[in-house]
Write a protein that binds this ligand. Structure first.
Ligand code: NAX
Ligand code: ADP
Length: 471
């Protein structure tokens, strides 16, 4: 590019970038790299809108990594299927608005098949069915929550509100008196007594004083084969739990910082920056090391885990678990958060913790550190989120929503005697709904939007779910 080219380009309001397409792999090199670098610099100063053809030049990596110089676009017009580089972070951040043009090559052209799929309203809707006349709160799902502490009381409120917004029938909360009072003032339907649950959530806003209760609920869920979501600070419990869990029962929801810490604790040392450079690989490693469904939160959140699973992976359906004293139809033992709080040593692993179904799933390892989730794994990526979602407490709402979504799915399996479940799709549905709720709250669907707080994301979840069910 000579001086004259630069003057001509600087005068244009729109550039069409068709320099390099999907056929190139690895970083651009030589003259091509120099040209793209110069164009990117000129774009920064001259400010044209760039419309990329198929992919922005330089986005050459199918795993969404950014290997070298590239020309960011405002709009990418992509032919046929979404390319991985357009949906996976961090590459997705350079593609702008995606316009897909159908070339008429048939369904395979339009939809990306595994390993990376893009979540949509239609795929989310299946996980939030409207209750029928046959339903009651236990068929809609009950979530046991250990969240919030005197250090972080607000996170308890936000996680509970996320769980309730999923459409779950009930939330049972075990927290400090202060948090419980705050939650009950906001949501009087929440129950603080022990009893039957269909999924658990531990993590949002916990501190050291709440660790024993978190571990107690985690062990209860894992023993009973109930879905368990682990978030935030207690993700450090994961290395000690994975050998005892059926892989499909566990969902973990780290942000990049937490993912780096957890990978390091699992014997795969890394840093937050390296997770950010290659989030798909980080999510994959976390899944392989734990067997869990991994929700790796970022501007575009990746959900990575095993394909559909059977009862052996995630607990037998139809077996109502965790009944407290008020539930007559329950199983052997209930989850009693109120009681646990006062029991000495309740945080210690119990003698009777074992696999009641006698199975830990085909992917369960025989020894720690062995990869667990290698077979039939897949990733679902939510579209690039609305930046206003990156506010304190947003992840706490998401953790509650994921747990509520798992609880609803589990309850329906119990009701219907169904034996296959899809924790990746359930978690991805929650991520998609959370992203849409942030967009709705921030009024950012077709505009830059406005600042929001995490509670507004929780408030916007029900209308988002209502919208996809009515569509
Ligand atoms: N209202 C509340 O009570 C809130 C409580 N919260 C709780 O606060 C505790 C600490 O959470 P933090 O995440 O702040 O602390 P962390 O200790 O996880 O964060 C430490 C470092 O991680 C990195 N990091 C944090 N968020 C990141 C992100 N989204 N992406 C990439 N890197 C990131 C940053 O380098 C940060 O300095 C958690 O228990 C959490 O649940 C937060 O959720 C905020 C709201
Ligand atoms: N730039 C961004 N654009 C869109 N969403 C984001 C962005 N950054 C973070 N998020 C989302 O915001 C939430 C933040 O969660 P987390 O880091 O756990 O925060 P907290 O602990 O404060 O709740 C996640 O759902 C994440 O996907």
């Amino acid at each position: 590019m000579d001086g004259q080219d630069a003057v001509r380009l600087a005068g244009a309001r729109v550039w069409i970038d068709g320099i390099v397409g999907t056929g190139v792999r690895g970083p651009l090199e030589g003259a091509l790299a120099d040209a793209v670098r110069a164009l990117a610099a000129l774009k920064r100063s001259a400010g044209p809108a760039v419309v990329a053809v198929d992919v922005p030049s330089g986005l050459t990596d199918a795993r969404g990594e950014v290997p070298g110089p590239l020309l960011p676009a405002e709009v990418t017009v992509t032919m046929g299927a979404h390319k991985e580089a357009l949906v996976l972070p961090p590459a997705a951040g350079y593609a702008g608005r995606i316009e897909r043009v159908d070339l008429g090559l048939g369904p395979a052209d339009a939809e990306r098949t595994p390993p990376v799929a893009l979540h949509t309203a239609a795929s989310a809707a299946a996980h939030y069915p409207a209750p029928t006349s046959e339903d009651h709160k236990y068929t809609r799902g009950v979530v046991g929550v250990v969240a919030g502490s005197d250090t972080y009381p607000g996170a308890g409120v936000l996680a509970v509100r996320g769980a309730l917004a999923s459409g779950a029938g009930m939330v049972r909360l075990n927290s400090t008196r202060r948090v419980e009072d705050l939650v009950l003032a906001a949501e009087p339907g929440v129950v603080t007594a022990g009893g039957r649950i269909q999924a658990g959530l531990i993590g949002p806003g916990l501190d050291e004083a709440r660790r024993a209760e978190a571990l107690e609920l985690a062990e209860f869920c894992l023993e009973a084969g109930l879905p368990l979501v682990i978030d935030a600070w207690v993700l450090d419990l994961v290395p000690g739990l994975v050998d005892r869990t059926r892989p499909a029962a566990l969902t973990i929801t780290p942000h990049y910082g937490e993912a780096a810490r957890l990978l390091t604790a699992l014997g795969s040392p890394t840093t937050r920056a390296r997770v950010g450079d290659a989030p798909l690989s980080a999510a994959q490693s976390l899944h392989e090391l734990t067997g869990a469904t991994v929700v790796l939160k970022g501007a575009a959140t990746i959900v990575y885990g095993a394909a559909r699973t059977t009862p052996a992976d995630g607990g037998a359906p139809g077996r109502a678990r965790a009944c407290g004293p008020e539930q007559g139809d329950g199983p052997e033992r209930g989850h009693d958060p109120g009681g646990a709080r006062n029991r000495e040593g309740s945080g210690e692993p119990r003698e009777d913790t074992h696999d009641p179904g006698g199975a830990r799933g085909p992917e369960a390892p025989s020894s720690p550190g062995e990869p667990r989730g290698r077979d039939s794994a897949r990733a679902i990526v939510a579209p690039l989120g609305c930046g206003w979602a990156s506010v304190a407490g947003s992840g706490d709402v998401l953790a509650g929503l994921v747990a509520g979504t798992h609880a609803g799915a589990r309850a329906r399996r119990e009701r219907d005697g169904a034996d296959v479940h899809d924790p990746v799709a359930e978690a991805a549905a929650a991520v998609w709904v959370h992203g849409e709720a942030a967009r709705l709250a921030a009024r950012a669907r077709h505009a830059p939007g406005q600042p929001i707080q995490a509670r507004q994301i929780a408030d916007a979840i029900p209308p988002v779910i209502g919208g996809i069910l009515g569509a």
